[in-house]
Design a protein around this ligand. Structure first.
Ligand code: FAD
Length: 388
């Protein structure tokens, strides 16, 4: 019998495994590796199969800012202990209206949480980032040092490696059933194993509701998201050398600077997420979406946005789209809570921005399972799970 089983080895589950296995023995984490080929895969997919996620302390919502800050501080120790690099501190820039009332309070919040976050005007932005085409009446929120991008693939690999070094058992398979009994929880896997634990944490991201692993479904919305990847030529890459991660509030989109992908090429990535995106509810919906190239409507919108914001990318004709999913809660925060007595808990719902602070959401989940005093700055009641 294990003390703790974590189901789902994505960004939050692998972080929870690292924290729990630092404190206690008897930890197992169950979840498959990324499939080698999406088309021939007939199991689950995940929201971290990529090389770039924006990270920064700046966030208008205090809970997201503080968890990002606490995670970013720990990135160096995770990189050192795992020997896997995942953070590139290119900095962050948000482009927004110069009179935007959010500027003052949100920058103050980021600074309180340790961000080197400042406000700059359009002229300074043009000097620092000459490749951006900006409207006259705009301002920039800039963060350096603590902001940039992480490779979510590499972060999962790093968390997994440290958890394993600390004694956690890594079980690379899929869970098909969870049965809560009065004295323990039984977990069954797709490859025919039956495992038991005192407590189980479910961190299965977008698959949680569709896989029906919980005794009662939670209120989650899984959106089909599309990103556009632009292969950056050598000359465009030189022009974009100082490019930070960018959020353009006017267009409602984010852009990542050129990042090296597994095919050896540099790609800039742009994405948008809106409520007009399709909602996915079944495992068939999810699999079909992950095997698709995403939405044609998004491709057209995204092309318009990046060509007007970063004109040098017009000279980069090799482009393709990719699909992913984001999982939203009712509360706007992750659900990190028990859902069946004190045996079965969840840590789900990244709300489209769960990568940057995933280490600290994993910490909160590990704390919940361990059962010690709640010592997280986000009060426990705010992370309460809402049933459907
Ligand atoms: C296009 C896109 C862009 C994004 N950009 C950003 C960004 O810039 N910054 C940011 O902070 N966040 C961003 N996010 C959000 C971030 O990637 C997610 O919030 C994060 O991946 C959520 O982590 P998770 O652990 O909940 O889910 P996942 O990372 O998806 O992990 C869930 C894991 O559960 C496993 N699993 C599922 N079912 C089972 C099962 N039955 N048995 C065992 N294992 C199972 C899966 O294999 C997977 O490994 C983005 C997301 C998308 C889609």
């Amino acid at each position: 019998m294990y003390r703790h089983i974590i189901v789902g080895r994505g960004l939050i589950g692998s972080a929870a495994a690292r924290h729990l296995s630092a404190w206690q023995d008897g930890v197992a984490v169950i979840g498959p590796d990324e499939p080698a080929s999406r088309q021939s895969h007939d199991g689950v997919f995940a929201s971290h199969y990529d090389e770039g996620r924006l990270t920064r302390i700046y966030d208008p919502e205090p809970e997201w800012s503080i968890t990002a800050a606490r995670s970013i501080v720990r990135y160096p120790e995770i990189e050192t202990e795992s020997g896997i690099a995942f953070f590139t501190p290119t900095g962050f820039l948000m482009i927004l209206g110069s009179e935007d009332p959010d500027i003052k309070p949100t920058v103050a919040l980021a600074r309180e949480n340790g961000g080197n976050t400042t406000v700059i005007g359009a002229n300074e932005m043009r000097e620092l980032y000459p490749f951006l085409s900006l409207p006259d009446d705009c301002a920039g929120i800039r963060e350096t040092g603590t902001a940039g991008h992480i490779s979510p693939r590499a972060l999962v690999a790093a968390q997994t490696r440290v958890a394993e070094k600390q004694g956690a058992e890594i079980i690379r398979t899929t869970v098909t059933g969870i049965d809560v009994q009065s004295s323990h929880v039984t977990v069954t896997t797709g490859d025919g194993r039956t495992l038991q634990a005192e407590r189980v944490l479910v961190a299965t991201g977008g698959y949680t509701t569709a896989m029906k692993l919980l005794p009662r479904p939670l209120a989650t919305t899984v959106y089909a998201r599309t990103v556009l990847l632009v292969r950056v030529t050598e000359s465009a890459a030189a022009a974009l050398e100082t490019m930070p991660t960018v959020i353009d509030r006017f267009a409602g989109s984010y852009v990542l600077p050129p990042i090296r992908y597994p095919d050896g090429q540099l790609y800039a990535k742009i994405g948008i997420g809106t409520e007009a995106d399709a909602k996915l509810t079944t495992t068939d919906d999810l699999a079909a979406w992950f095997k698709s190239a995403g939405s044609e409507r998004n491709r057209v919108e995204l092309t318009d946005v990046f060509e007007s914001l970063i004109p040098v990318l017009k000279n980069c004709p090799d482009r393709h789209t990719d699909s992913c999913v984001t999982t939203f809660s009712k509360s706007g925060l992750p659900y990190i809570d028990y859902v069946a007595g004190d045996r079965l808990a969840v840590a789900i719902c990244g709300n489209g921005k769960g990568a940057k602070g995933s280490d600290d959401w994993g910490y909160a989940a590990a704390r919940l399972l361990e059962g010690g005093d709640w010592d997280h700055p986000v009060p426990r009641f705010k992370l309460k799970a809402v049933f459907a």
